[in-house]
Design a binder for this molecule. Structure first.
Ligand code: SF4
Length: 443
């Protein structure tokens, strides 16, 4: 059987879903992040504070009740309360070190994001203690948004009250699908009754923004079931709906099983079907009054419902990443922490450096990063890039834009480059046109 190191993702995404990561979540590619650049981080942290430049905080909770078959994160399903206590305390030591650095000291996060894993796996008491301590180290009273990811089956009224009370403004529910059989065969821990219960509690508590996640193309998804999922989402009427197209990275259980069977294509819908499903969902959400605001999201009221974490990150904000395997970005340095929980905790306890790999980016790389990330919004404003980086994107990429316009993928307006809906739905496969020449062949 072909080894995963020999397979490259098929970026065209025209046919079957093959193994690999299609979703472009950062730039330059992770494979370029290295040990050598880790040494740049302490000098950055010792440098003067950049004043009012926006700062965010990402907190990673690596625990889940069960491992989903499509999951590619490092998550732990076997940790006891002592292990969790040890982890939480290690992350607070990590936060203290950032907060004491001259680069971060005195700055207040503009956005906070609890991701995972499953942040809602933590108990109400653990969450209360954790967030009180976080706030005492780095106050968030100026945060414009606090996002918290939840697995519906871990929520109950008391825990949701705690989550609301420590300041969460954007509650994100990982529903993924409404069919219990599909949830079960994809390895999800929750069932649909937990979704309805959690959603109702959350609505009663008055969160500013409730997002629900769906995945188009889970194992055994059908046209009929997908249409039913869209009906159910419209009935729930959340502020924001996020839809991912299923991809099968190499470290998923689905890929392991493909490998055992000698298969290169994943047993999920092909890309055209997944895009058709998202198109159907976006179309029906628009008919229900929603506005599509990126390749993955539709919101009920675009004036009120923002996603500050995404928008700040995609325009180059600093972000401290806390916890095992966390990703951060400070002063133009990308970094990632150690990826094994015991190693992470041991290292923090012995006062060692927990950053495992980093990349000191160039101005040019930061420009490309923002450009490719902002394409995912379906709208790029040339004046933004001219002002911030002094680069005329219309001139630099005239050939690409001519080609995209000719094929109907791009609509060029006054200071706006807008992707057509069909292009938006496959935007991740189009972004490599902007990668610098030295990164073109890097997965
Ligand atoms: S809930 Fe999310 S993080 Fe946890 S196993 Fe499933 S996909 Fe992975």
């Amino acid at each position: 059987m072909t080894d995963e190191t020999l397979i490259k993702p098929d970026r065209e995404t025209k046919d079957e879903t093959k193994a690999g990561s299609y979703f472009v979540s950062n730039y330059p590619p992770f494979s370029l992040w290295n040990e050598k650049d880790v040494d740049c981080l302490p000098s950055m942290l010792n440098s003067p504070s950049p004043g009012s430049a926006p700062l965010g905080l990402y907190y990673h909770v690596p625990f889940c009740r069960k491992r989903c078959h499509f999951c590619y994160f490092r998550v732990y399903t076997d940790k006891n309360s002592n292990d969790i206590r040890r982890y939480l305390s290690a992350t607070m030591k990590e936060l203290k070190a950032y907060a004491a650095s001259s680069y971060v000291n005195g700055r207040k996060p503009k956005f906070v994001y609890f991701g995972g894993g499953t942040p809602s796996y933590l108990s109400a008491q653990q969450l209360t203690d954790l967030t009180n301590e976080m706030k005492s180290i780095l106050p968030w009273d100026e945060a414009e948004e606090v996002t918290f990811e939840c697995e519906p089956g871990t929520l109950h009224e008391k825990k949701l009250e705690v989550i609301k009370n420590f300041g969460v403004t954007r509650l994100s529910l990982g529903i993924e699908n409404f069919d219990d059989h599909i949830l079960a065969i994809n390895g999800r821990a929750h069932r649909s009754n937990a979704v309805f219960r959690a959603y109702e509690f959350a609505r009663q508590l008055g969160f500013d923004n409730i997002n629900v996640d769906l995945i188009a193309g889970m194992l055994e998804e059908t046209d009929e079931n997908w249409s039913n999922c869209v009906d159910q989402v419209i009935d729930l009427s959340p502020d924001c709906v996020t839809i991912y197209q299923m991809e099968i990275p190499f470290n998923t259980t689905i890929f392991k099983s493909m490998k055992e069977k000698g298969k290169l294509s994943a047993p999920v819908a092909d890309w055209q079907t997944k895009r058709r499903w998202v198109e159907e969902a976006f179309g029906r959400l628009e008919s229900a009054g929603y506005t599509v605001t990126s390749a993955y999201t539709a919101v009920k009221d675009p004036d009120k419902t923002k996603f500050i974490y995404r928008d700040r990150l995609w325009s180059g904000a600093d972000m401290v990443g806390l916890g095992v395997a966390s990703l951060g970005h400070l002063g133009g340095i990308h970094y990632q922490n150690l990826t094994h929980i015991d190693q992470y905790c041991d290292t923090i306890e012995s006062e060692g450096p927990v950053v495992r790999r980093a990349l000191l980016t160039t101005d040019e790389e930061r420009f490309v990063r923002e450009l490719i990330l902002q394409w995912k919004l379906g709208l790029v404003r040339p004046s933004y890039f001219k002002e911030k980086f002094g680069i005329d994107v219309l001139k630099r990429y005239s050939e690409v834009f001519e080609e995209w316009s000719a094929s109907g993928d791009l609509i060029i307006g006054k200071d706006e480059l807008r992707l057509s809906r069909t292009a938006l739905l496959r935007v991740d496969s189009m972004l490599h046109s902007f990668f610098l020449p030295q990164h073109q062949d890097i997965a």
